[in-house]
Write a protein of this length. Structure first.
Length: 225
């Protein structure tokens, strides 16, 4: 009998230029690009956050964007903020460690205990999920079972998007298309990580919806694993 899947339903939501880039250049905050998002689309993003139990972004996005990951433009509750961070080394003054919403930092068993303690002192939960790297399938199960997270929204960056897809943990992708081209061979795009080695490794998607939100095209895909 097939095991019952105990993991959240996962949506990757991202804004992206016509050339598939998530920011202007490597190391630039995506907040610069987000300024050009239609106000109606910003509301859609916050409305989506409010519909989800949790929101997850990578530790590098925290370092570069210093994201708040809260719902500010619509009425609604803040989702739990989840940050995978093997070595518990995100800056202690990160906005995500503030009291605006509950935060869970996922670390590995190898994280230095003094850093884990420093995070706990900030009032956040620290969850161990993996030996030396984050074990994403295990993290999903822990979030589902310990925090009752049934719906998880992932807001990048590209490295985190890659690990989630590679582990077969993504159900849907919703893209906010920004009518710009920024170029740059090393400018982060929707999915980073390692390239594939054969056509068999491509991720297949099915477009299920597309519509305009203000000036932005929105596309919605199911992932076909
Ligand atoms: N346009 C958008 O919607 C959008 C959204 C978000 C971000 N961004 C942009 O994306 C850029 C940052 O993206 P990024 O790809 O550099 O970083 P990222 O995806 O934000 O962070 C990398 C994540 O992958 C984890 N990771 C790395 N290696 C791993 C491994 N071997 N096993 C398990 N986990 C591992 C890291 O954990 P560790 O802490 O353990 O290394 C970290 O949590 C920024 O410029 C930001 O502005 C754009």
């Amino acid at each position: 009998m097939k095991n019952k899947i105990t993991r959240p339903h996962v949506l990757i939501m991202s804004e992206m230029t016509v050339d598939g880039k998530l920011t202007l250049w490597k190391g630039a905050s995506s907040k610069i690009l987000m300024q050009f998002m239609d106000p109606e689309t910003e509301v859609l993003l916050h409305k989506t956050r409010a519909e989800y139990d949790a929101i997850m972004v990578g530790s590098n996005t925290i370092r570069i964007d210093n994201s708040n990951l809260t719902v500010r433009l619509v009425e609604g509750k803040n989702p739990i903020r989840v940050i995978p961070n093997r070595n518990a080394d995100i800056p202690l003054d990160s906005n995500v460690l503030g009291p605006a919403a509950k935060t869970v930092i996922a670390v590995s068993e190898a994280a230095p205990p003094e850093r884990v303690e420093a995070l706990r002192k900030k009032g956040v939960d620290v969850l161990v999920a993996g030996k030396s790297d984050i074990d994403y399938p295990l993290l999903m199960t822990l979030l589902y079972e310990h925090y009752q997270i049934k719906k998880l929204m992932v807001e990048g960056g590209p490295t985190l998007n890659y690990f989630m897809l590679k582990n077969g943990l993504v159900d849907e992708i919703r893209l906010i298309h920004l009518p710009f081209i920024v170029g740059g061979a090393d400018t982060p795009s929707l999915v980073g990580g390692m390239h594939i080695n054969s056509v068999d490794e491509m991720f297949h998607l099915s477009l299920k919806n597309h519509y305009m939100c203000g000036k932005n095209l929105i596309t919605e895909y199911d992932i076909l694993y």
